[in-house]
Design a protein. Structure first.
Length: 408
């Protein structure tokens, strides 16, 4: 690890100095190398899947699984990042003082970014592409379930970089998946300029508690959908089905449904007819008096299930919905379904999360869907970055001050 940290730090200057054209050529080469090494990557992934099949749920196995289609999507994601504007060297602001001293604010790379993530192999290529395009070196630390897949992916990416004359030290994968290696990254002062944990609540809280390097909290998503009495109920059912069932293992999936008690008797039977066979409904007392389901436990409104489970609560209008979200949300994504414009405006103003949806599914909280290319993660904090973290969020800035013998 120490050697890797030193090599990554040494590579900072070269990577930060690459032109936009050089970075784009490297990204195209990385995408080509992924496709050229598909067979090796799938073989490594098959071993990961075999090791994990008796220890994780089917939903989590889906997160881990790669296919030809998913590798093609990873390569396509890298090319989409190459097509985006270069975020480095942008003139963010400038002014000239009365004495002629010119002050410019210019975007610059962060330096070395460490990403600790768990069981999604595609994060490996997404993170590497975003880091390179933004002029950063990356150190990736995969979870043990996905390590073989991540290792094969990084081998391919390094080959792509080296084919166009860029150091392979621009992309690094920690070979130790123990907690000790994660802790070492969290405390690598002088080597790591930014740490991004991408995974479950345990990983993120561990990084926040233990990191002595700058850290951005990402990922945990207790996402809510509130159905107001003014809602188009068919629209609401469509949004709920998508938010809960399209991919329940991701952080932008719905975990909690709030229903205006004024329509609960009418709406909840429709919900049960739509989802009851596929999703376990964990119901508060009022909802349980209307439809069958599992009684909601004490922690069900504070749990990121990442599974076919949905906590359901009846609330007295939009005010109680906003209060419930404030008390239980992780600040990721919340949605309202309503026709009443005043209610929509109250929800948008009152909910303090990174993404607030009016008559749309929470599943859109994603760098690609927001036009940012792929993402480094979803920030649920407010300092520096919030929401999907794309290229701009992986840069900092510096001031360039130009004078003509000016002294103070």
């Amino acid at each position: 690890m120490t050697d890797m940290l030193k090599a990554a730090k040494a590579a900072k200057t070269q990577v930060a100095g690459l032109t936009g054209a050089q970075k784009n050529a490297a990204l195209e080469a990385m995408a080509d190398a992924l496709l050229a090494n598909e067979e090796k990557i799938l073989a490594a992934n098959a071993l990961d899947l075999n090791r994990a099949k008796d220890t994780v749920s089917s939903v989590m196995l889906d997160r881990l699984m790669l296919s030809s289609g998913r590798i093609a999507a990873m390569a396509r994601g890298i090319r989409e990042v190459a097509a985006l504007p270069d975020p480095v060297g942008l003139l963010l602001d400038e002014h000239t003082r009365a004495d002629g001293l010119r002050i410019q604010k210019v975007s610059v790379p962060m330096g070395v970014i460490a990403i600790i993530y768990e069981s999604r192999p595609n994060v490996t290529s997404d993170a590497a592409a975003l880091a390179l395009k933004s002029g950063n070196v990356c150190i990736l630390r995969s979870g043990k379930e996905a390590f073989g897949s991540a290792n094969a992916i990084v081998d391919a990416l390094k080959a792509g970089l080296q084919s166009v004359g860029i150091t392979g030290d621009a992309v690094n994968l920690v070979q130790d998946t123990s907690r000790a290696s994660a802790t070492q990254l969290m405390t690598a002062n002088g080597y790591i300029d930014l740490l991004i944990p991408r995974g479950g609540a345990g990983l993120i809280s561990a990084c926040i508690r233990n990191a002595t390097v700058p850290c951005i909290a990402t990922g945990t998503g207790i996402c809510h959908v509130y159905v107001d009495r003014s809602a188009d109920q068919d629209m609401a059912l469509k949004i709920i089905e998508n938010a809960k069932t399209s991919r329940p293992s991701v952080c932008n999936a719905e975990e909690v449904l709030l229903v205006d008690e004024a329509i609960a008797a009418q709406f909840l039977p429709k919900l049960h007819a739509l989802l009851g066979e596929r999703v376990q409904l964990r119901l508060d007392e009022m909802a349980r008096s209307i439809i069958p389901g599992v009684p909601a436990g004490e922690m069900d409104f504070d749990t990121e299930f990442l599974d076919y489970i949905l906590a359901v609560k009846c609330v007295h209008g939009v005010g109680e919905a906003i209060s419930h979200i404030a008390a239980h949300s992780t600040g990721h994504s919340e949605a309202i379904v309503a026709k009443d414009e005043a209610i929509l405006a109250q929800f948008a103003a009152g909910v303090d999360s990174a993404a607030v949806y009016l008559n749309a599914s929470t599943r859109f909280t994603d760098g690609g869907e927001f036009g940012l290319g792929c993402e480094m993660g979803i920030s649920t904090q407010k300092l520096h970055a919030r929401g999907p973290m794309g290229l701009r969020e992986l840069t900092s800035y510096k001031y360039i001050v130009t004078g003509n013998g000016h002294i103070r």
